[in-house]
Write a protein that binds this ligand. Structure first.
Ligand SMILES: Nc1ncnc2c1ncn2[C@@H]1O[C@H](COP(=O)(O)OP(=O)(O)OP(=O)(O)O)[C@@H](O)[C@H]1O
Length: 280
């Protein structure tokens, strides 16, 4: 295991984490190639934060293995940027002091990028972080993480506190920096429309187990919608069926619009089918 060059951004095998008798993540085996924007989705309590914290080395596995950029989590902190769900910032430090601290702690710090982002966001450099709004604090934490120019950016619900315009701007900046650096981003989100818009790799977790994972295009090609599935069809849930859209059904290759039409699945539909399947 763990052989390839360049190494996967994230690789796990049988990764399990328990809290007492509660299993937060069970037997998780995944491989995320580098250069992807990964959407990590699943209901509340699915194990998303647990997986991200294991990847950052903030918690240790109960059993199984995890590697990040080919190394043990936590050993290459300069190459990994992490923004936790509660977007931690230092309440008594100003915005400018956050940037100075970032510059001092990170050898690859991109001061011009950080200044540009703070300017574009309209954040007052003299404002203490404790006085910023929730969304502004999230933006500051994201700016600090991205200005490290990490090879892997791990974001736990990064856009939850942002208004729609800020969310759109943040996701655009994220894609630009990931593309420019050839970096990987893993973001957990409940907003399937955002995931559909920016992610090219998907991980669906439910009940601590991986329900579905892989390249988005490949996953969409490997499923179709059949409102009246033929006997023996491999139905995930509802009208979503495993297997490519059969040739010659008249709709092949077309984007079916109505929920009742046979045709290709949309990402949101696919995710919901696997979540409902996992919830049974
Ligand atoms: N420190 C902890 N101590 C005990 N149980 C925990 C701890 N952290 C997480 N859990 C449990 O592990 C499970 C997975 O939690 P986790 O935070 O990973 O879910 P999540 O998918 O990130 O959820 P959400 O979407 O609500 O943020 C939950 O049942 C949770 O109660």
């Amino acid at each position: 295991m763990f052989t390839s060059a360049p190494p996967p951004a994230l690789e796990t095998e049988g990764l399990t984490r328990r809290y007492g008798r509660r299993t937060a993540l069970a037997d998780c085996t995944l491989r995320v190639p580098p250069g992807r924007v990964v959407g990590l989705v699943g209901p509340n309590g699915a194990g998303k934060s647990t997986l991200l914290q294991l990847a950052c080395g903030l918690i240790a596995p109960t059993s199984g293995a995890v590697q990040v950029l080919g190394a043990r989590p936590g050993t290459r902190l300069d190459r990994v940027g992490f923004v936790a769900q509660d977007t931690p910032v230092y309440a008594t430090l100003t915005v400018a002091e956050h940037l100075r601290l970032g510059a001092r702690l990170n050898p690859g710090w991109d001061a011009a990028f950080a200044q540009r982002r703070v300017g574009a966001l309209g954040l007052d450099p003299k404002q203490r972080a404790g006085r910023l709004s929730g969304g502004q604090r999230a933006q500051l934490a994201l700016t600090v993480a991205a200005a490290k120019r990490p090879e892997l950016l791990i974001l736990d619900e990064p856009v939850a506190a942002l208004d729609p315009l800020a969310r759109e701007g943040f996701l655009r900046t994220l894609i630009e920096s990931v593309t420019e650096l050839g970096a990987t981003a893993i973001l957990s989100s409940h907003l399937l429309s955002d995931v559909e818009r920016v992610c090219d790799h998907l991980i669906v977790l439910a009940g601590g187990r991986v329900q579905l994972a892989g390249d988005v295009t490949a996953l969409l090609d490997a499923h179709h919608r059949a409102p009246a599935p033929p006997p023996g069809a491999d139905v995930v849930h509802g009208a979503v069926v495993r297997g490519p859209l059969p040739a010659g059904d008249g709709l092949h290759g077309a984007r079916a619009e109505g929920a009742s039409a046979a045709g290709p699945v949309r990402l949101e539909e696919l995710v919901l089918a696997y979540l409902r399947d996992g919830a049974r």
